[in-house]
Design a protein around this ligand. Structure first.
Ligand code: AKG
Length: 263
């Protein structure tokens, strides 16, 4: 595994709770995913709905081989592996989407169909078990986009240092901008790498092009993944190399829970 985090980046990750990783998303994966993104998004929306029935999958996006392939990329996994080592597991994986001019700037502020409920911010942690220890997160998040996300596309915003406290900063309104928030514009190919306890939010897309992204969360192998009670889509395990089987909880990373050799 190629290590991508320098000492400075590890320090920033521990202190701020996030770092931008450049060149960790192979362009070939992005272009293949672009072709099926809309279909996969529609499929996931059905799978997330209350009447999903047979479509209730763990990680429904893995119904699409184009998205399964992200899990076989050493570059993509290098950040999470730097922090979690070989005990890494995928615990959640889903697409995010905002259509072009989803929230137009200027006089015309009418939100588009289907997005009336989307607030200006939706501050959240992906994992609320804050240990106060920035060096040893239990869960980490990777956010990446298929298209360049400029200021106009509403880059993801983070609150630096918020992973260290279990309380939200005083005065934080989950639906409003907050002083000290930092937007992270991302070119396709780069990723925002977060301690999953770091408070972050989307921003609204005011650009004339799509805002299509992926969120992947990783934790130690002994954590239960989101939707553990549901089956994996069959495409997830098709021709799966050992690394992918481990990521998906089908194989242990070592002989037993203790993993003595790590001492
Ligand atoms: O869209 C974004 O910028 C962030 C998305 C996110 O954090 C989420 O959906 O959990």
């Amino acid at each position: 595994v190629r290590h991508v985090l320098t000492a400075d980046q590890r320090q920033a990750f521990a202190t701020d709770g996030f770092v931008e990783l450049r060149g960790v998303v192979p362009k070939g994966l992005l272009s293949a995913a672009s072709g099926v993104f809309q279909e996969a998004w529609d499929f996931c929306e059905k799978a997330w709905s209350e009447d999903a029935g047979d479509l209730s999958y763990r990680h429904p996006i893995l119904n699409y081989p184009e998205f399964v392939r992200f899990l076989d990329s050493p570059e993509l996994l290098s950040g999470p592996r730097d922090i979690l080592g070989d005990q890494i597991q995928l615990v959640q994986y889903f697409p995010v989407y905002q259509e072009p001019r989803h929230w137009p700037s200027g006089r015309e502020r009418e939100p588009k169909r289907g997005w009336l409920h989307v607030p200006e911010r939706l501050w959240h942690r992906d994992f609320s078990f804050t240990t106060g220890n920035g060096d040893l997160p239990v869960m980490v998040t990777l956010i990446l986009f298929l298209d360049d996300v400029t200021e106009e596309h509403g880059p993801t915003v983070v609150l630096p240092g918020s992973h260290l406290a279990s309380e939200a900063p005083p005065g934080l309104d989950v639906n409003l901008p907050f002083p000290g928030e930092r937007g992270v514009p991302l070119e396709a190919g780069n990723a925002l790498f977060l301690n999953a306890c770091t408070l972050h939010s989307h921003r609204r897309n005011e650009a004339s092009t799509h805002r299509r992204g992926l969120v992947l969360m990783f934790a130690y192998w002994w954590v239960k993944p989101d939707g553990f009670q549901f089956p994996l889509p069959s495409a997830a395990l098709e021709d799966a190399p050992l690394g992918r089987r481990q990521l998906l909880g089908e194989e242990q990373p070592g002989r037993d829970l203790h993993l003595y050799e790590d001492l």
